[in-house]
Design a protein around this ligand. Structure first.
Ligand code: CP
Length: 306
């Protein structure tokens, strides 16, 4: 039995297989419509979510399975003091696989240690968000045709943005990837990502503050929101929240085939006027998230269709 805590829990070859399976599902969804008949997914979300929880639920339903779960700690027995370890023991009696989001880094890992069903980290604090990364890789592979030979700008809250941490980890394993890390000084990438991922893998990267100065060199721009819920005080958040706003004028500086991704939710960091630009693919990315999670569920449940 396998769990998913980090995108690098899978080898590059295994990730390629998941992306390939997601592509097959996209082309022929009917073929997969009953492959999880009788199976149950539990979504245990201790922190708010729209995309991750609902796309997991849609993914399981698209496969013919059913869904149980809770969408906030307040509506579960966590509110009475039940531990994550005890909760997953219960969930293991009810479901075949569990997707867990938690505000504390490492909570899904603790769950996996007490679970008899596969546990998927659906986002743990400011740490990792591996299923967003599989979604991002599928989006990039589908729309760019490759995962190597890319200059990738990551912009916004690189300190608390777990999607960025997971994406850097995953992309550091592909050839000729160069990162441009765009953030205010206070929201720079954490030291452990710089040292244990970027420097350990000899990745080419630079850190800048101004988005405009690097726009022309990017093949991809991955925008992120400032993570209000991880700030210690509101004053700092207010000072940082509109530091970057991607608008039409800045898009004029970009390559004609540069793609804009965003894990969403968006707050102010991408002006709605950019939505109609064909390079803005963040809503397409949401659809890829369903195929990615369908492929992941099949992989972890070891269900072979072909
Ligand atoms: N991208 C993402 O994790 O969105 P949600 O917080 O809505 O799940």
């Amino acid at each position: 039995m396998r769990h998913l805590m980090s995108p690098v829990d899978f080898t590059v070859e295994e990730l390629d297989e998941i992306l390939e399976l997601a592509g097959k599902i996209e082309k022929n969804p009917e073929k997969y419509a009953h492959v999880c008949d009788g199976k149950k997914l539990a979504t245990c979300f201790y922190e708010p979510s729209t995309r991750t929880r609902l796309s997991f639920e849609a993914a399981m339903m698209n496969l013919g399975g059913n869904v149980i779960g809770f969408s906030s700690a307040a509506s579960s027995s966590a509110a009475k003091g039940e531990s994550v370890a005890d909760t997953i023991r219960m969930i293991s009696c009810y479901a075949d696989i569990c997707a867990m989001r938690h505000p504390k880094e490492g909570a899904p890992l603790v769950a996996s240690m007490h679970s008899s069903i596969p546990v998927i980290n659906a986002g743990d604090g400011g740490h990792q968000h591996p299923t967003q990364t599989i979604t991002d890789l599928l989006t990039i592979k589908s729309l760019k045709g490759r995962l190597g030979d890319l200059t990738i700008g990551l912009c916004g809250d690189l300190k608390f943005g777990r999607t960025v941490h997971s994406l850097i980890k995953a992309l550091s394993r592909y050839e000729n990837v160069r990162f441009v890390l765009i953030s205010p000084e206070e929201l720079r990438i954490p030291g452990y990502i710089r040292e244990e991922v970027l420097e350990a893998n000899n990745m080419e990267y630079k850190e800048v503050v101004r988005l405009e100065e690097v726009m022309p060199e990017l093949d991809l721009l991955y925008m992120t929101r400032v993570q209000r819920e991880r700030f210690f005080n509101e004053e700092d958040y207010v000072r940082m929240k509109d530091f970057y706003i991607l608008d039409k004028k800045k898009m004029e500086l970009a390559k004609e085939d540069m793609l804009v991704l965003h894990p969403l939710p968006r707050v102010n960091e991408i002006s709605v006027e950019v939505d109609d630009d064909p390079r803005a693919v963040y809503f397409k990315q949401v659809q890829y998230g369903v195929y990615a999670r369908m492929a992941l569920i099949l992989t972890l449940l070891e269900i072979k269709v072909d």
